[in-house]
Design a protein. Structure first.
Length: 186
């Protein structure tokens, strides 16, 4: 059973499903739904539509460059059937799926951490602006303490980000210096 990919959105097209469009130059396009076929016919760019795989990969929502993706590439080299090879391939396929799930989860977690930081910043800003709305002194005091800790957390995150950028720049400078030294030695 060969599972094709939709030419527009990148979703899987199972046998007996979807539509095929063959252009005059014999190029074959497969579509999972009429929605994809119609968008293709309207000459829309799938990278600009948020629901397509190409958009998600281009905008960092899914893993685009990953070594586990190379395993899925189609190889047009005929291989003689070997029971042991098939068993090993099935084991590896399961392992690769586990790795991909873990890496996707890590990517998702990284994105959510950024969004949590933004939510915290927004909450701190709103609390700071609307502090005078709070009438109860005890609540106001705890709110001010929370605001102070939130500001400290935000400053710590900014400092950590600055340090990471500095370290990255140092590495880049070192690499450029090594390249320049290598070229001058030649």
């Amino acid at each position: 059973m060969r599972v094709e990919k939709c030419s527009f959105c990148g979703m899987p097209v199972y046998p007996g499903h979807g539509q095929i469009f063959i252009r005059n130059d014999c190029k074959i396009f497969r579509f999972c739904t009429s929605k994809c076929r119609k968008n293709f016919g309207m000459k829309r760019n799938p990278m600009k539509l948020k629901w397509t795989k190409t958009f998600r990969k281009a905008h960092g929502k899914e893993l685009a460059v990953d070594t586990s993706m190379e395993f899925e590439q189609r190889r047009n080299v005929p291989v003689k059937y070997n029971r042991e090879l098939v068993q090993n391939s099935l084991k590896v396929m399961k392992r690769v799926e586990e790795i991909k799930k873990r890496r996707n989860h890590d990517l998702w977690q990284k994105r959510m951490d950024k969004s949590k930081a933004q939510v915290n910043k927004d909450a701190a800003r709103a609390l700071e602006k609307n502090m005078d709305w709070i009438e109860d002194e005890e609540v106001k005091q705890t709110a001010q303490e929370d605001l102070a800790t939130a500001k400290e957390r935000i400053e710590a995150q900014k400092a950590k980000k600055r340090e990471a950028i500095k370290a990255k720049n140092r590495k880049l400078r070192q690499m450029k210096e090594m390249e320049a030294a290598g070229q001058s030695a030649e």
